[in-house]
Design a protein around this ligand. Structure first.
Ligand code: A3P
Length: 306
């Protein structure tokens, strides 16, 4: 890739390498084949003490938090925040495609400090040097049913992840953790259990929907960035669903259609709490909730889902 070549143009040029990759287990977690095949550099990734990690189960509000963090770090300077698409501004640690597309690690090793890094890895697969370096991490969690619905639509449009199949089939796969990055239940629980052992700020999507200003304050305090209230309000406005939906640097519209097929679904789809009610039948909800009670037994982690 030349320095001047736009990253999404580059992806377009190498569009023949992209396809719906099968899942392969990495330490028991299903990940897309190119990630599994290039796992060593991810596992041995060298963290730096001033790295900030944004970790989520896919579709929990990752992009939303990335945009907020970048707006905080640029102190609400919209021109700076629109310097590049969100996946270029904040690289995705474990993402891999077949060569010559650079991996997340390729991009990060050359990135200047301080780096902000996106990941969906479950806690136990996070490269250990992040903990050795006492890095800060923001974890965003979203209630299971909305997370599932969002993932179902995303897997229709994301042509590098396995086809989700029918709604009924997908529901089963999600409950069994047979989707990329594995079990939602294990993911959210483990970070919850570990949050006080490390510098982890645990944030709920539903809280961001309810009172975004309060959550922006929590994030900026965690990052130890001092901002006047008018800048906080500017960030809250810029990170609203309506504004981000129309921001090509935050809504993934620059990603080529061989990767994200926008005719199937769009990235900024609905951005709501409780959308699951439009998809679960009463019987599906009952079965899901009964299974949820079992899987989430004994945890103090609770979600709002409406
Ligand atoms: P929906 O599919 O329910 O609309 P991720 O970034 O982890 O892939 O998550 C994507 C989900 O977050 C999508 O959910 C998307 O619409 C939602 N989202 C992104 N930005 C948002 C915002 N500013 N406000 C509310 N939801 C947002």
């Amino acid at each position: 890739m030349t320095e001047t070549m736009d990253y999404d143009d580059f992806l377009h040029k190498y569009s023949h390498v992209f396809r719906r990759y099968p899942l392969k287990l990495v330490h028991g977690i299903p990940l897309m084949e190119p990630i599994a095949d290039q796992w060593d550099p991810i596992e041995n990734f060298q963290a730096r003490p001033d790295d900030l990690v944004i970790s989520t189960y896919p579709k929990a509000g990752t992009t939303w938090m990335q945009e907020i963090v970048d707006l905080i770090q640029t102190r609400g300077d919209l021109e700076k925040a629109k310097r590049a698409p969100i996946h270029v501004r904040i690289p995705f640690l474990e993402i891999c495609s077949p060569p010559p597309v650079p991996s997340g690690v390729d991009k990060l090793v050359n990135a200047p400090s301080p780096r902000v890094i996106k990941t969906h890895l479950p806690f136990q697969l996070i490269p250990k040097t992040f903990w050795e370096n006492n890095c800060k991490m923001i974890y965003v969690a979203r209630n299971a049913k909305d997370n599932l619905v969002s993932y179902y639509f995303f897997d229709q449009m994301n042509l590098t992840q396995p086809d989700p199949g029918s709604w009924e089939e997908y529901l089963k796969k999600f409950m069994e953790g047979k989707v990329p990055w594995g079990s939602w239940y294990d993911h959210v629980r483990r970070y919850w259990d570990e949050k006080d052992n490390h510098r982890i700020l645990y944030v709920f999507y539903e809280d961001m929907k309810k009172d975004l200003a309060r959550e922006v304050h929590r994030v900026k305090d965690f990052l130890e960035v001092d901002l006047p209230e008018d800048i906080v309000q500017k960030i809250v406005h810029e990170a609203s669903f309506e504004i981000m939906k129309d921001n090509p640097m935050a809504n993934y519209e620059t990603v080529p259609s061989v990767i994200f097929d926008k005719s199937k679904s769009i990235f900024m789809r609905k951005g709501k709490v409780g959308d699951w009610k439009n998809y679960f039948t009463v019987a599906q909800r009952e079965a899901f909730d009964a299974d949820y009670q079992q899987k989430m037994k004994g945890t103090s982690l609770h979600f709002r889902e409406e």
